[in-house]
Ligand binder design. Structure first.
Ligand code: UDX
Length: 483
């Protein structure tokens, strides 16, 4: 197939590379000249596992680049729109880039083309795309509009594309259906999985393709993200109750997640969801639901719980160190989740900002997101470390904000000796409570009782700060003496 992909952002670049990997001839269209130059010279502008390998395999052969839609879509049988749909000031998705793409595709249309929405768009956007194309002079016999939402997670986007749980294709005509069936045939027939050079993965079976109406496909995308976000807000709510009553959220999650109707994935409590998708998609979904006169209470609750989770983490920090002003924190993690350099709507960045606002001093480290974080936090005085241990040296407490695998492998004993006070406030529950306790850390996590075993060590220090951290000296001694 000959495919054009408009927009070489996260979704566009991954999709274009994966289409090339499946054997198609792909043109990725990007208007940002700087990015285009990088891509043409083999530089990968985003941190995404396996993407460099795919680009190295296909750039210049099956994957080429163009700077304008007219050139890039000239021979395409399918044109995927993967431009940004950022939130407008009122929460609606800003669809002006989609509209612009639709107009330009219409102006360049010469042969039968399936125009496919892959950007996350509200339900009924396909109607607007079709109308815009007709108003721009496109011959209705030459095009149809389909929806093929992506379910790619940053960090595992290539594997998610090549080994999907399902492929959703929304079409209202047979031609578009047959074109998109052919695009994904290497996955749905299993031909790709039999290739010796296939990117390794473990397909349960051949990929499943689900054909729906265009509107259903559009709704599936928003509903999927809303459900996952709701699952996170739900478990964060349960975690807060668990912590208040002295239960262990890890055990609770295991108990809940073992029910196959619920499932254990996306049940990790933390500091709330972030990223370029969930926050924006929840607002956009709520907005479209409101416009069509439907109840949005559940979506509002999901959004509010998520915001409060960030605030309650700050309170947790306050409880752990007493006054925030003047304390130095080692902060590990700035990306919105592990495995990516993306800091868009990162709860970690929001928390760092709030801590600074309250007068904290910060030494931060992230394995991939440091450059982006520096740009976002440029107006704030923040120190950056070269590794996690350097960040910990002399800090009053360690705060973990992103679920990087490498953080969960930290030598906690070493951390405890580097910190001025052995306090770890873990927003991602990366450690076993007993391990943290054995390392001598005062361990505060989410949905589990704060581990106070290291109080003896704190109490042993005789300066006034230990008294401030632990309460009065007399109280401390009573606690330490308890079995
Ligand atoms: C999400 C969807 O998963 C994907 O299908 C869609 O196409 C794009 O949006 P992504 O934004 O890459 O993907 O991140 P995801 O892995 O879903 O995590 C989103 C946020 O939720 C992160 O901040 C993450 O830390 C948080 N999260 C995730 C939790 O707090 N707990 C969990 O159990 C899972």
């Amino acid at each position: 197939m000959r495919i054009a992909v408009i927009g070489a952002g996260y979704v566009g670049l991954v999709s274009a590379s994966c289409f090339a990997e499946l054997g198609h001839e792909v043109v990725a269209i990007e208007s940002d000249e700087q990015k285009l130059k990088q891509l043409r010279s083999g530089i990968v502008p985003i941190h995404e596992n396996l993407l460099p390998e795919l680009l190295a395999r296909h750039v210049g052969t099956r994957l080429t680049f163009a700077s304008d839609i007219a050139t890039g879509t000239k021979h395409a049988q399918a044109v995927f729109i993967t431009v940004g749909t950022p939130p407008a000031h009122n929460g609606d998705a800003d669809l002006s880039f989609v509209e612009m793409a639709a107009r330009e595709i219409a102006a360049a249309l010469r042969s039968p083309t399936v125009v496919v929405e892959k950007s996350t768009v509200p339900v009924r956007t396909s109607d607007a795309v079709r109308r815009t194309m007709l108003l721009s002079g496109a011959d209705p016999a030459l095009f149809s509009v389909a929806s093929n939402p992506e379910f790619l997670r940053e960090g595992t986007a290539v594997s998610d594309f090549l080994y999907p749980d399902r492929i959703v294709v929304g079409t209202d005509d047979d031609y578009a259906r047959s074109v998109l069936a052919e695009v994904y045939a290497p996955l749905t027939t299993g031909a790709y999985y039999r290739r010796e050079d296939a990117i390794p993965g473990s397909p349960a079976d051949n990929a499943r393709i689900l054909f729906t109406s265009v509107k259903s496909a559009e709704l599936i995308k928003h509903a999927s993200n809303a459900f996952l976000a709701m699952k996170i807000s739900f478990i964060n709510t349960v975690a807060n109750v668990s912590e208040a009553v002295g239960a262990d959220i890890a055990e609770v999650c295991q108990g809940i997640g073992s029910d196959s109707r619920i499932g254990s994935r996306f049940l990790n409590p933390g500091i709330g969801y972030g990223g370029s998708c969930f926050p924006k998609d929840l607002l956009a979904f709520r907005s479209i639901a409101t416009h069509v006169g439907c109840d949005v209470e559940l979506l509002t609750a999901t959004i509010n719980v998520n915001q409060r989770q960030r605030n309650s983490f700050i309170e947790k920090v306050r409880r752990a160190v007493w006054n925030i002003r003047g304390k130095r924190f080692a902060v590990l993690g700035l990306a919105f989740k592990g495995g990516t350099d993306d800091t868009r709507d990162s709860p970690a960045i929001a928390i760092v900002r709030q801590l600074r606002l309250e007068g904290a001093l910060i030494t931060a480290y992230d394995p991939a997101a440091m450059e982006r974080a520096k740009a976002e936090l440029q107006n704030l005085a923040i120190d950056y470390a070269n590794d996690p241990y350097e960040a910990c040296r002399g800090a009053d407490a360690l705060i973990i904000l992103t679920e990087w695998q490498s953080f969960s492998e930290l030598d906690l004993k070493r951390v405890a000796t580097l910190l001025r006070w052995p306090i770890l406030i873990d927003g991602r529950n990366l450690f076993d409570v007993d391990d943290a306790k054995d390392a001598g850390l005062d361990y505060h996590s989410i949905g589990r009782k704060p581990e106070e075993s290291s109080r003896k060590r704190l109490a042993d220090r005789s300066d006034s700060t230990s008294e401030m951290l632990l309460g009065t000296k007399a109280e401390t001694e009573v606690k330490v003496c308890q079995p």
